[in-house]
Design a protein around this ligand. Structure first.
Ligand code: COA
Length: 328
């Protein structure tokens, strides 16, 4: 069977209105703008309203992606939502989004690969397009990390933020295509970042809430080293699969966890700093949404032009990692 080429037909993103600055955080926990800026590169982040859930952010990002792809919700064949902060444990946020968008009763499901979720989602969705089973798929990464971070824990609350990014994918009739995808995971690192309670291992109870186990716990330092190694490995693997060298990359959109992680990866892979997309200064770490929002910003800001080779690389909880090369 010959496989079809898959392209990104349109992107969209949405970040909540409310800005939380490092100065605001100084009033909440024992931290400083100096510490946050120098250790992470983050200056401010966007935080969802109390009544704003992942599907609400996803809806706005999806509407924009559909408009840019000139696709009507009723033309969608499948909806994939990548998130670690779903509206509820179930039903899937993708089903809630399907109803909000007024899409047909098509396949809809959530995918959980933490910060790597958007690239996992693009890769999974691409298989249905490539085989000809479906023609139009919406992939959304939507996160409301502010709802699961412990606002008393300075190790995590200064880093994570909220936002959503979306892409419509479909068959390509020109040179634009996803050239290669590489996905990886290592459950040996499952303890590095997690929300211990609220699942079947430790169901939510008065005790788990009192122990603050329904909030995210992170071993930042270990995660840092693992992230650098995994991202470098994923980049090399995806470039190799596409028969490309790092000098072929025209634009790089890395996961926005920490400026020092990005700098280390860029240096080691030998990419040029001026080709790297950064949004963590204003957006913080939006988990799966970071690269999705970054891609939309790059498209809107005309950082990417037809024919460019665009590299997207992520690392996240699980631990998971992923890298995709696109010819735009
Ligand atoms: N403000 C001030 N001090 C802080 C702080 C904050 N917000 N957070 C932690 N500290 C303190 C620690 O308590 C520690 O103090 P101690 O030496 O007295 O024990 C000190 O700063 C150093 O902590 P450490 O964790 O070693 O710092 P770091 O340089 O590794 O930076 C992270 C911390 C979290 C910024 C960094 O490890 C990181 O970005 N890791 C990867 C995160 C990540 O990618 N997460 C999700 C996957 S997407």
């Amino acid at each position: 069977m010959s496989l079809r080429k898959v392209k990104i037909a349109g992107t969209g993103s949405y970040i909540p209105q409310r800005v939380l600055t490092n100065a605001d955080l100084e009033r909440m926990v024992a931290t400083s703008d100096e510490w946050i800026s120098s250790r992470t590169g983050i200056k401010e982040r966007r935080i969802a309203d109390e009544n704003e859930a992942a599907s609400d952010l996803a809806y706005h990002a999806a509407r924009r992606a559909l408009k840019n792809a000139q696709v009507k919700p009723e033309d969608l064949d499948m909806i994939i939502v990548a998130t670690i902060t779903p509206d509820m444990i179930f039903p899937a946020t993708a089903c809630i989004l399907q109803e909000k968008l007024g899409a047909r009763k098509v396949a809809a499901f959530d995918l959980e690969a933490a910060c790597s979720g958007f690239l996992y989602g693009l890769t999974v969705g691409s298989q249905f397009i490539a085989t000809g089973m479906y023609d139009t798929i919406l992939v959304v990464a939507s996160e409301t990390l502010s709802k699961i971070v412990d606002w008393q824990d300075r190790n995590t609350c200064v880093i994570f933020a909220d936002g959503a990014g979306a892409a419509v994918i479909g068959p390509s009739s020109d040179s634009g295509r996803i050239i290669s995808s590489y996905l990886g995971a290592d459950g040996g690192g499952a303890d590095l970042v997690k929300v211990p309670a609220g699942g079947s291992r430790l169901p939510a109870s008065f005790q788990t809430v009192q122990n603050r186990q329904h909030y995210m716990k992170m071993k930042g330092n270990e995660l840092f080293k693992t992230a650098v190694r995994a991202m470098i490995h994923a980049i090399h693997a995806s470039l190799e699969e596409g028969n490309l060298k790092s000098s072929d990359v025209d634009y790089f959109i890395p996961h926005q966890a920490n400026m020092r992680i990005i700098d280390a990866v860029v240096k080691k892979v030998g990419l040029s700093q001026d080709k790297v997309h950064i949004n963590l200064e204003q957006c913080g770490n939006m988990s799966a949404a970071s690269v999705a929002v970054g891609l939309d910003e790059a498209v809107r800001g005309k950082k990417i032009k037809k024919g460019d080779k665009v590299l997207l690389t992520c690392f996240g909880g699980g631990v998971t990692w992923a890298s995709i090369v696109i010819e735009w």
